[in-house]
Write a protein that binds this ligand. Structure first.
Ligand code: SDX
Length: 429
């Protein structure tokens, strides 16, 4: 447990409170404030800027050093030496798989990629131009209507089969949301394809042509999924944990995570980056938008820049930038009018005193949007891609919480409303 203590004195309280202090493997110590409620106090931390909500072994971030570890392995190493499904195994089980374990895991995931045919009818119920995140949110929540055989969240086997189903089916569902929008037939997963190759096939293949996926793009897609796999207790992961703490089924919890990720301050930023670049329209307009971003009275933010935790470069952005260069070179795309705007914005963020002082570096969403646009993925699908990659992180945290004991999440508040008051008759109001 601990031998470190924090002493707290409060005006008007005639005792010094002693609070336990715990140390992690790495990272800041935490002060256990659970004893305060019995002394008549709550802690106050809107936005949870300085709150550790749980204990976890999955991902570690050091925002000042730009470090991101998954089960101890640096993200740069995983991006270079691993692949998405192997990283999924690592996040879920805590160790990298042996060759035999990896083959078995790939076989299991591959053979859960199909969805119940009723899901196709469910999806076609959406208006064709529904936002794909609205469709994804709905259809993932609806999966809980199909798997009554594995919804006992206290059963580790049920939790694992649900994790496998979600990791396996997200690409299929994501591609189906896209196909419904473009009015093309849904494409069935191909069991002889790798995870990311299969996704691009289901997105862009049609029954009229044999499968034909560019391996460079499949590798780039795999790296995008890998770089989005997990990110500690971010807003959507915290939502999944909170939903899971009530005992809700895994599909409902992941649907809640998808809903949270949709916000432009979070996973919706990659779509917002492209919308912003389109709005800027030309390099000559950049200074006007940068001035808006600096103006405290203007709500405009530069999408794709800044981060709650990283006060150094987002390590994922570095790898994403390298992938961006590879994809643009492969596709021979250097005439995209948005690229010079993106490159000029990146240069400003690295040179302008405002951005340097506030430590606003390009984040993972800045480059991923440019890559996905180059691959041919429409902007409105960007956050769907993010949700597909992040599903393994969400379900790994959900599984960890349910495996290691938990209480239902129920924060308190600082109440600023009326004290108790008399009810006035309607005539007297
Ligand atoms: C993701 O949490 C995660 O891990 C998320 C994520 C993940 O993988 O799950 O990493 C994915 O969501 C990445 C972030 C994507 N969002 C965007 O790119 C949207 C644009 N960024 C901002 O909305 C903002 O940077 C946030 C929301 C990401 C962080 O907001 P915070 O916590 O308020 O940032 P901060 O406290 O560090 O801000 C410091 C200052 C503030 O000004 P002051 O109050 O000090 O005067 O910088 C300002 C902010 O107003 N600021 C910006 C800015 N981001 C912060 N000013 C202009 N443009 C920006 N983009």
């Amino acid at each position: 447990m601990t031998d470190k203590k924090a002493q707290l004195t409060v005006e008007g309280l005639n005792e010094t409170l002693e609070l336990p202090v715990y140390s992690g493997t790495v990272g800041p110590d935490v002060i256990d404030v659970r004893g305060l409620v019995s002394k008549g106090f709550f802690t106050y931390d809107p936005g949870f800027v300085s709150t550790a909500s749980c204990e976890s072994k999955i991902t570690f971030i050091d925002g000042d050093l730009g470090v991101l570890l998954h089960r101890g392995y640096p993200i740069e190493t995983l991006a270079e030496k691993s692949e998405y499904l192997e990283t999924c195994y690592l996040l879920l089980h805590g160790e990298l798989p042996t060759q035999a374990q990896y083959e078995e895991f790939k076989h299991v995931i591959t053979h859960h990629t199909m969805v119940n045919e009723s899901i196709a009818r469910f999806l076609t119920g959406f208006h064709y131009d529904s936002h794909p995140m609205a469709m994804l949110c709905g259809v993932v929540g609806a999966l809980s209507a199909f798997y009554h055989d594995s919804m006992d969240v206290s059963n580790p086997q049920h939790r694992m089969i649900s994790a496998h189903r979600l990791i396996a089916k997200m690409p299929t569902l994501a591609a189906m949301c896209y196909k419904h929008r473009v009015g093309q037939p849904f494409m069935y997963p191909q069991n002889n394809m790798s995870y990311s190759e299969n996704f691009l096939h289901m997105m862009f293949g049609t029954p009229c042509d044999p499968p034909n996926v560019n391996p460079v793009l499949a590798r780039a897609m795999d790296r995008i999924f890998l770089l989005h796999a997990d990110h500690e207790q971010n807003a959507s992961t915290s939502t999944v944990r909170l939903a899971g703490s009530s005992g809700a089924n895994p599909f409902a919890c992941i649907a809640a995570g998808i809903a949270t990720l949709w916000g432009p301050a979070h996973g919706g930023a990659n779509e917002a980056v492209l919308d912003m670049l389109e709005e800027i329209g030309d390099v000559s307009n950049i200074d006007k938008f940068v001035a808006k971003a600096k103006d405290k009275n203007d709500p405009f933010r530069l999408m794709g820049f800044g981060h709650r935790v990283y006060k150094n470069f987002d390590p994922r952005a570095k790898v994403m930038k390298q992938t961006c260069d590879e994809v643009l070179a492969e596709l021979g795309i250097d005439n995209d009018p948005l690229l010079p705007i993106a490159k000029r914005l990146e240069q400003i963020a690295l040179e302008d005193p405002y951005f340097i002082e506030k430590k606003l570096y390009p984040n993972v969403d800045f480059y991923s949007g440019i890559i996905m646009k180059a691959i041919g993925i429409p902007t409105e699908m960007f956050t769907v891609i993010f949700a597909t990659g992040r599903t393994v992180g969400w379900i790994s945290h959900w599984h960890e919480m349910l495996s290691e004991g938990y209480k239902i999440g129920r924060p308190r508040q600082l109440y600023k409303g009326y004290p108790s008051r008399e009810f006035p008759s309607r005539e007297s109001r």
